[in-house]
Design a protein around this ligand. Structure first.
Ligand SMILES: *Cc1c(COP(=O)(O)O)cnc(C)c1O
Length: 350
């Protein structure tokens, strides 16, 4: 079987050893002679999986006991409303950097006043707005660290006098960051940390319990924290997959992962910039290292380029309909060799 170069935006490429470990556990979980998907989530073997999946996140992020880690369901999309329901008493500040940010803003408006401090919608979200200040009377500030669809990424985060809430779905664990600057981080697993079906939430405990509304039990972060992320049946398979990925990340460290991600991104952007036929869609200083969006100047050749990619075993390269053209998603597990194959196809395309 020839290797497929998987540039899918999500669900996305996972390390081979993660997939192998998941396959093994489906057949025989932790020596129980039972499948991972047919044992109680309260069994000691599974409780150990959940415990390690939670503690490893804090280890990799270098966070202390003031933070809690839970694995929830409902995707990052549920976090759009859950963050607001748990944190928004009067008003919150958002920046509008793309499709996902816009959805977060829409949900938050159901719970209070939302001020959009910056937006790049005027240029189809091709840049990250920067000239804004966050005043201290907001309940929190919400941003999206990486815009999966439009291909931009925050290279730095603003000084924030209020709790900093961040949707890191598509670049979690892709680079070194001072994670202690953030008060709540959420990420759907299926982009860079595991199979679809669970959402990682990392939250600083001190920001919770400050709103006056009734929060339904399942939507209250405290419910899940108090029960060690086992209030109800968790996504057992997805969390197991996340744990395998976390171990893979922990072995390498974020510094070396970031280095490779930078190398991959430089290789592809350099070719796009050097090539007369192609053009990037985003402001150079805001380019995402995870999702590289680019166009053929002559769009009538799009189908021919997709065919050339397919012939080279490149999968998942078609752009999102809102941007058009192409999108190469280059998450942690994608090797440099796959990017080299794509660059060759771009070079040789006439
Ligand atoms: C994919 C994505 C989402 C939506 O995630 P779901 O888990 O499908 O709800 C939200 N935010 C960002 C940045 C994403 O990339």
């Amino acid at each position: 079987m020839s290797k497929i170069h998987n540039f899918s935006a999500g669900p996305a490429i996972l390390p081979k050893e993660v997939i192998q470990n998941c396959a093994d556990a489906i057949l025989n979980f932790a020596g129980t002679n039972l499948s991972l998907i047919e044992v109680s989530h309260r069994s000691k073997e599974y409780v150990a999986v959940m415990d390690e999946a939670r503690s490893l996140v804090k280890k990799i992020m270098n966070l202390g006991d003031d933070y809690e880690v839970v694995y929830l369901q409902g995707g990052a999309s549920l976090q759009f409303l859950m963050t607001a329901m748990n944190l928004l008493e009067n008003k919150a500040a958002y920046i509008n950097t793309g499709t996902w940010a816009k959805k977060a803003i829409k949900e938050a408006k159901a719970f209070g006043t939302v001020d959009v401090l910056g937006s790049s919608e005027d240029k189809n979200f091709s840049y990250i707005p920067k000239n804004y200040t966050i005043s201290s009377d907001y309940d929190y500030f919400h941003c999206t660290s990486n815009n999966t669809i439009s291909g931009t990424q925050m290279q730095s985060f603003p000084d924030c006098p209020v709790p900093l809430v961040c949707d890191m779905s598509s670049d979690i664990f892709s680079r070194e960051l001072d994670f202690s600057k953030f008060d709540l981080i959420y990420a759907g697993a299926q982009k860079n940390m595991g199979p679809a079906g669970t959402t990682l939430v990392v939250v600083k405990k001190s920001i919770l319990g400050k709103v006056s509304r009734y929060i339904p039990t399942m939507l209250d972060y405290t419910t899940h924290i108090d029960k060690d992320s086992m209030f109800n049946t968790p996504s057992v398979f997805a969390v197991y997959g996340c744990l395998q990925t976390l171990k893979w990340i922990d072995k390498q460290g974020l510094a070396s992962i970031e280095k490779l991600n930078t190398q991959k991104a430089d290789l592809l952007y350099n070719e796009i910039d050097a090539n007369d036929l192609f053009v990037g869609t985003t402001a150079v200083e805001d380019r995402s290292k995870m999702n590289v969006t680019f166009l053929l100047k002559d769009e009538s050749k799009n189908e021919a380029f997709l065919a050339a990619c397919a012939a080279a075993n490149i999968s998942g390269i078609k752009g999102h309909r809102s941007v058009g053209g192409f999108r190469a998603s280059m998450y942690n597990a994608l090797g440099l060799d796959s990017v080299q194959v794509l660059v060759e196809v771009i070079k040789n395309f006439k």
